[in-house]
Design a protein around this ligand. Structure first.
Ligand code: UD1
Ligand code: MG
Length: 420
């Protein structure tokens, strides 16, 4: 997207979160809120982004790294002031469009951002506002229209009168402006409101009074508008995002037995005809093949890759682990930093001791191996092809079990060896 620079407003303290962490760094299904905003902008083709940081800016800068440019708003004088600070990075000669988006609205879809920019460009408006109609508009800026038509003003909730409070069309906090018009209007905005802040939203009335054109795009999906201001807003956004993810997986051919108790983070791939049973949590960075059976009560963490027809049952935790086709890990097991081959059976209560207190070590279990119940495998260690580890056995680190061997006891000793 040429000639569009985005400004993410993220300097606010997030007072209502009652937290030491900057609001936009709180996790929404495992990923910081602001990352969703950056991804949506990138997916809409907007690559030139300036983040306005303030409260907790070193933390924010570290988290975002080089993904956006930065400017610091030292005194939190309001969303309008935040946009004024960004001008230093934008350059005073910039004559393109500025897309402003709040860092606390992670559910705005990239398609919507594209629509907003397109409408803005095609109409030649000074400002194009993203709006939504909400059953409960409490807390949001309300959209005022002349004769119910073109937008004339945004009224913030704390300034709203009785007749304005009942307006159900709200300001999502995402707008596209002609940069010149935006900064011209911002220059005359005064902090004459109850919060004593420079409201970005006051720009709309100023532009309207000058006879400039204001356009709007109404989001069809009202849940996209959620602005996270407190912990219950975070939970609300989490529920919406969770449903979006589960719906798209179900559409692609995955059975989710009980969506209410299943949490799947963004960035999880699951093959068709896989069944996810209740009370399962699957975190970002997990790939699951076709026809697998997961849960109930399974937890799959980052870096897990399951081939086809793998079974992972109740009270199993997997992290950074690859599992081959048809392997079964059915009960009370922890596998971390493991590579498990095809047709392996992992008995109930098997534990890989992957962390030695200093570093994480690898466990390799080759094709067709059988691990008995309650086995403990102290990494780094390898169990060879079609080997058997007896029930309750402890396999010490570096004491690899040869292919075809059967080991038992604590520490493991070989009692049999077959050719494989
Ligand atoms: C804001 C809008 C409101 C809209 C709502 C949508 C204003 C005045 N109001 O209200 O119309 O319906 O978002 O969610 O903009 N920020 C700064 N610097 C500051 C103050 C705020 O960067 O000095 C940032 C915050 O980090 C936040 C964003 O601006 O990401 C909006 O601020 P917030 O306090 O959440 O405003 P809302 O009351 O939600
Ligand atoms: Mg907000």
């Amino acid at each position: 997207m040429k000639n569009v620079v985005a400004i993410i407003l993220a300097a606010g303290r997030g007072t209502r979160m009652k937290s030491d962490t900057p609001k936009v760094l709180h996790n929404l299904l495992g990923t910081p809120i602001i990352f969703y905003v950056i991804d949506a902008l990138n997916n809409a083709g907007v690559k030139d982004i300036i983040t306005v940081a303030g409260y907790g800016s070193p933390l924010l800068k570290r988290a975002i790294g080089r993904r956006t440019k930065f400017v610091i708003q030292k005194k939190l004088l309001g969303s309008g002031d935040a946009v004024i600070r960004a001008k230093a990075v934008l350059g005073s000669g910039f004559s393109g469009n500025v897309l402003v988006i709040c860092g606390d609205t992670p559910l705005v879809k990239y398609e919507t951002i594209k629509d907003l920019i397109n409408k803005h460009n095609n109409s030649g408006a000074s400002a194009t506002i993203l709006t939504a109609k909400l059953k409960d508009p409490t807390g949001y800026g309300r959209i005022l229209r002349d004769d119910g038509k073109s937008v004339s003003k945004i009224v913030e909730e704390i300034e709203a009168g009785l007749y304005e409070e009942v307006i159900d069309e709200i300001n999502v906090g995402t707008y596209c402006f002609k940069a010149k018009d935006l900064y011209e209007a911002l220059a005359v905005v005064k902090p004459d409101n109850r919060k004593k802040e420079i409201f970005l939203t006051d720009v709309i009335e100023i532009l309207h009074n000058k006879g400039r054109r204001i356009e709007s795009v109404l989001t069809e999906d009202e849940s996209s508008a959620i602005g996270i201001n407190d912990r219950s807003g975070l939970a609300e956004a989490s529920a919406v995002l969770k449903k979006r993810i589960l719906d798209s997986l179900m559409l692609s051919g995955v059975t989710v037995e009980d969506p209410a108790t299943t949490t799947i983070y963004p960035g999880v791939e699951i093959g068709r005809d896989t069944v996810i049973r209740p009370n399962t949590v699957i975190e970002s960075g997990v790939t699951i093949g076709q026809r697998c059976l997961i849960g109930p009560f399974a937890r799959l963490r980052g870096g897990v890759k399951l081939d086809t027809e793998v079974e992972v049952g109740n009270f199993v935790e997997l992290v950074r682990t690859t599992i081959g086709a048809r392997a079964r890990v059915k009960h009370h097991t922890y596998l971390g930093d493991a590579i498990v081959g095809r047709d392996v059976n992992i008995g109930a209560g098997t534990i890989t001791a992957n962390f030695d207190g200093v570093k994480k070590n690898r466990t390799i279990i080759e094709d067709g191996a059988f691990i008995g119940v309650g086995a403990r495998l102290i990494a780094p260690v390898k169990v060879g092809r079609r080997a058997t580890v007896g029930a309750g056995c402890v396999v010490p680190k570096n004491k690899n079990v040869p292919g075809g061997a059967t080991v038992v006891g604590i520490p493991a000793r070989i009692i049999r060896k077959q050719r494989v």
